[in-house]
Each structure stands twice: as C-alpha cells, then as structure tokens.
Design a protein around this ligand. Structure first.
Ligand SMILES: [Zn+2]
Length: 154
C-alpha cells in the first residue's frame, strides 16, 4: 500500500463535525479561497468546485460524488493495488478486505493516507440528521481540501 505514496510528513487533517438533529447541512466553502462548493439551482445542487477541492463523499449516495483529476488518479492506483492484493472473489470475503478497502467511518482517514495524502489535506466530515419517512436518519458527507494545490500566486 505504500509504494505510490511519496512520504508526506504528518497525518491527514480529519475533522468530524456533528450538527444538531434537523438542521440542514451547511453551505461548504473552501477554507483556502472561500469559494462555495455547491450552489442551489431550483431543486438541484450544482457542483461549483474550486481547484483546491480534492473530493466530496456523499453520505446519502454512499460514494464519491466529486473527484478532482488528481484524486481520481490516486484512487485508480489505490484500486489497482487492491485488485493485486485481493485478486478474486474468494479473497474479498472477510475482514482483511473490508479493513483494506472500506471508507466507512474511522477507516476514512486511513484510506486517505493509503491514497498518499498527508498533513496537507484537510478532510471535513459533516454529519447531519433529519426525519425521513417517520424515522430519524443520519448522513455524513466528507469534503477534502488539498493545501498542496495552493500556488505561489495565491
Ligand atoms: Zn478553493
């Protein structure tokens, strides 16, 4: 898992924020340039990512809903390594695969390290809850901002 990861000092910055129940998720702005990452257009949310946004993991979708080119390339390498380590279905049952592949909860920051990120990445995990069909549901979105993308002219 380490061979594509050039050594980056320090651990990924991973911050978990939980909102009070029933409060809409916040408008997320880039901590580097201030740009809003999504805008509402009618009933839809349109992505308006700035160059610092590495990824957005959508809790409701349970997958990455935005990936920068750099993140997509890292993810492809990660996926290829996973394929090499767990080549077939038989290898993919069991805890070891789960432990190596899952982005679930506490494993998220470890996966980001597997992707070669270090202390120059800030991952913001925002948990929010509300009622759906009479039952409370909670989701967590994760936004990744890459401070390594800052250029000298900023
Ligand atoms: Zn930005």
């Amino acid at each position: 898992m380490q061979d594509n990861a050039s050594p980056v000092a320090g651990q990924v910055g991973y911050v978990a924020i939980e909102q009070p129940f029933g409060v809409q998720p916040p408008q997320v702005h880039c901590p580097i340039c201030g740009q809003r990452q999504f805008v509402e257009a009618g009933d839809e949310y349109l992505e308006t990512p700035c160059e610092h946004l590495a990824f957005v993991f959508g809790g409701e979708e349970d997958e990455f809903v935005y990936a920068s080119d750099d993140f997509a390339a890292r993810f492809e390498r990660f996926d290829a390594e996973l394929d090499a380590r767990f080549p077939d279905e038989d290898a993919r049952v069991g805890e070891a695969y789960e432990e190596a592949s899952s982005f679930y909860r506490d494993l998220f920051a470890r996966r980001l390290a597997d992707l070669g990120y270090g202390a120059n990445l800030l991952a913001l995990r925002i948990t929010y809850g509300g009622m759906a069909d009479g039952a409370p549901v909670w989701f967590s979105d994760v936004y990744g901002f890459d401070y390594a993308t800052i250029r000298d002219d900023e």
